[in-house]
Ligand binder design. Sequence first.
Ligand code: NAD
Length: 451
Amino acid sequence: MKISIVGTGYVGLITGLSLALLGHQVICVDSDQNKISKINNGYSPFYEPGMDKLLKKEVAKKFLQATNNLERSILESSVTIIAVGTPTIKNKIDLSYIKVAARQIGEALAKSKKYHVVAVKSTVLPGVTERLVKPILEKYSKKKVGNNFGICMNPEFLREGCAIEDALHPDRIVIGQIDEKSGKEFAKIYKKVSAPKIFTNLWTAEMTKYSANALLATLISFSNEIARIAEQTGKVDIVDVWQGVHLDRRLSPYYGNKRIKPGILNYIFSGCGYGGSCFPKDIQALATFAKELGNPAPLLNSVININKTQPHRLVLLLKKALGENLKQKKIAVLGLAFKPNTDDVRQSPAFPIISQLISQGAKAIVHDPMAYQKTIPEQLNNPSVILAKSTEEAIKNADAVILVTAWKEYLKLSPHFFKKSMKLPIVIDGRRVYDKASFLQAGILYKGVGL
Ligand SMILES: NC(=O)c1ccc[n+]([C@@H]2O[C@H](COP(=O)([O-])OP(=O)(O)OC[C@H]3O[C@@H](n4cnc5c(N)ncnc54)[C@H](O)[C@@H]3O)[C@@H](O)[C@H]2O)c1
């Protein structure tokens, strides 16, 4: 099939690549000429493991091409996926990109003579596809949904860092359809994918995405609240607590004689809080939506509040170890990406940590293996922030280290490595990945979330 994708960011390009790998002809549309040139030369504008190699292959085979010519892409394809951004502004979802994309697609559909399906893949609140996207498409195409064109809502559940695998082998495919014909036509793009398909209405598909993200974010904030209680006791170690909780067979079931460790357990663990381009904005948008509906959503608001204050806990732990006065202290911050295997720094907990450090007079020596290879995030544009090229450079003569992102290369660092080049051997483990006993034994002042 010929498929056009409007918005070639993270989701648009990964979706495009996976559909090309499934044998479709994909046209990725974006307004950013820079991205288009990179993609057409076989390079991904962002880091994702395995991406460049596959992209190069599909571009060379002409299964995937990028362009800024939206109209031609719509007219040449039979399915269009909207994957533009849906950020939050003032705690509310910003639908301006969706509106523009829907208008442009509508204008192109006005010139089309064949049946076409438009599917919203961007994360949008319940009702947006039916109440906003549909009327815009109808207005600018001067056609009615039904025989002329169809509408679907197909939420995306991929995880950055393993996004290609997730897109090629999804756990489920949710297809919200305005009518049966739309769903049937759209589902053809996933013909070769064996995942269970849920056909439902547009509103339910939209709500499924928010519910999935809200559940995971709630588990993270729950785990961080428990860690705070543990920290206050001065005796409880949260890592052992979670081990004890995880071994409940309802969480780690037996498969034969073996215990399975389901991925959900990664969310029942304490750390610096959730970040990234989805959880913070989606949970906030859902809470605001709930309030507008007359339901104050107290649980979601607590999830948000716990998460907003969690990065500061790392600075509190640092002060417990180093003392209240951070002036002129050199603090190495390991990790900027919101999680390993991505260069995405959107809403990373590293930023509130760095800004607290520098506002209190410290120097932040920041390292990340990927996050500032191409562009330096503007939050780091401060004379008190130094970007280190290597972990060695970051921790040399540092008064303390705060580990923010659990990159594989940081997990390998030994207590000896820290001790030999730091000024003071203080390690604040924001992800609880290091072996406490060996760090303490080596004479490191080791503190971590929930300890
Ligand atoms: N990033 C994720 O992990 C993830 C996962 C699931 C769902 N989502 C959702 O998917 C959507 C897209 O997220 P993203 O991270 O890919 O966003 P992004 O900001 O990385 O990409 C959006 C792209 O759309 C382009 N664009 C905007 N308006 C356009 C237009 N009218 N015509 C052509 N191009 C246009 C922008 O230039 C940009 O390249 C969001 O709603 C997000 O919540 C994201």
